[in-house]
Write a protein that binds this ligand. Sequence first.
Ligand code: BGC
Length: 769
Amino acid sequence: MNQDYIIPEEWSIVEEGFDKNRVESSESLFSLGNGAMGQRANFEESYSGPTFQGSYIAGVYYPDKTKVGWWKNGYPEYFAKVLNAPNWIGIDVEIDGEKLDLARCKEIRAFRRELNMKEGWHRRSFEAVLQNDAEVRVDARRFLSLEQDELGVIYYEVTPLNRDINIVFHPYVDAGITNEDANWDEKFWEPVETRFSNREGFVVAQTFKTHFRVATYMHNTLFRNEEELALGPVTTESADDKVQLSYEVPVKKGEKASIQKLGGYTVSMNHDKDKLIPAAQEVIRKAAEKGYKTLLEAQKEAWSRIWEMADITIEGDVKAQQGIRFNIFQLNQTYLGKDARLNIGPKGFTGEKYGGSTYWDTEAYCLPFYMATKNQQVARNLLSYRYNQLDKAIENAEKLGFRNGAALYPMVTMNGEECHNEWEITFEEIHRNGAIAFGIYNYYRYTGDYSYIPEMGLEVLIGIARFWQQRATFSKARNKYVILGVTGPNEYENNVNNNWYTNYMAKWCLEYAAEQVEKVKEEYSEDHIRISGKTGLSDAEIQRWKEVAEHMYFPYSEEHGIYLQQDGFLDKELIKVADLDVSQRPLNQKWSWDRILRSPYIKQADVLQGFYFFEDHFSRSALEKHFDFYEPFTVHESSLSPCVHSIQAALLGRMEQAYAFYLRTSRLDLDDYNREVKEGCHITSMAGTWMSIVEGFGGMRIKDNILHFSPKIPGQWEGYSFKINFRGQVLKVSVKSGGTEFVLEGDKALTVAVNGKQVTVEPGNLVAI
Ligand code: BGC
């Protein structure tokens, strides 16, 4: 049974009723972020029940020394940790001498949380009866400003319900925090300095080893019945890593005592490391001038600008609507594309898992979403991120014995260095290199901006091609090139030979790189001279790439008429997932690893991932055959999986199945399909959810510089619409059961193909088909 406590609403995520077993899941689901920082929806007041505390700052990480049972040569020195950052949200609340703690109250009534996605804020309210019989209503609102991304705002209000009470608010900033995930139980933060005044507190701390320095700040304003109080703290406490200011507000029954807390971080990535407190004071000054209401208005406006471009509407299906908006909201909370040093972590700002921020997820899944819903520069920033890390990818390949500028991009990274240390992934899950080349191809296909390739992309393609050429070995027995000892996208198989997806990717990369070298030589000769000089590329080397590509081996079954996921796949006991007892799922929580490895079960799209990337290379009937063969063995225990199957099911006209996969991808976290949402949300796969509507149901593709659509609609929906930014013009597509409408916000006519037929959309005119 999946979780089903989230109340379906079109624009909000809502939970009603307090259940301590749901606290950690809700902490993930109600997370906030603004691209620069983010946090789990931890309570402001102290909570002694099970909780997973997490605040995060984009780009700030800790290189946690590798811990393995047995060291293998080539292992990275460290596993980057997504760092739990100092806490700025904390406000302990004392009522007539007793701490408010939802785990210890006699009674909790009317508990409600809302994450308002339209306007970008979180609100939690409840009534509680404390052990001392004081009854209070609490209303706590907060948001992370998009406008000033170093700023968070809390408005926390307490109303006594049964008697006059004395409230003491204890707001604090605290760098004495730890990570859930730490290899050696070490502290990651070193305190540097604290400072405070009547209303403000600062803790400056820096990370060990990486020396990111951060000032965590707060600025407090107290109110009674919304009237500002000129109160100073009754006590102040400061340790070397914490500042707490305590304000006493006596209130009569029915009156309101409130605290507005401005807080957040200034970081040495963006400021002089010795001037972080003045920088924070400047943020406070600007924000305090505006006040809560004005800041909230700006927040609503900033989110409305995002939604204006990124929203997808679904009519007639509230759960599906809530699902897609949740995905779009979380993606925008995680990454806004303003800073080419940042990337999109699989858990965003919602948890620590997966250390590091950048996986192949970015190129394989996230790029299309950002290309279509933001301007082109955002996608270019994602690509340049890899270009800027090319030297590290070359070093990484050298550590594994590759030469001559071969580049192996890391499985996961923060700064370009590999941070993953399971041998079957670090050394073997090399298909990731292909996704990076595919991202370049996809960027050009979508934006038409070729300039990226001569400027930066070609060097990346050369490094990647060199890697594949050296990684493939010639098998005399097969008279073909083979790629041995790999892990494909399906991580439920390790150390296999000739994973079809990997071999196909390798062949494609080699050919694509060779073609681009040719094209740059002809059309951008200066760049070609520069790059050839820098890389020492010769015609003979390109010949070798072509030779490997041309003679690549692909495992194939004549009997089934399909490519095999890897050598020997058919030796497995081919029992379909549908025939497994449900008590055995998810397999990764129920089965031993060796049993998983021997089984035919597929964690995530593997062969089908290749069919997704290279759809045009295969006939529809070939796709159908492969889909019918592999789908029944796929357990979708990676969040990256159902979206690919949804797109393919839609292409094959299997709308019921496409819809079921869509729900699974879009509500993966809301309904907690994989029973792990308390660790954080699956941010990168959320871009896959977007693809399953736009590419799946909408059938959007780009072929020969033209947008193609083949709109379909699930029976459960009355209609849906989405917008895309295609080469500087915005096209709105609305699909209803009766037909599809296009409206162009742009200045030149755009020709699109609908079910194969070309139509021209004039700016401002509605075209109905
Ligand atoms: C998936 C990988 C993915 C990673 C991060 C793993 O579970 O198998 O494909 O890159 O999660 O999302």
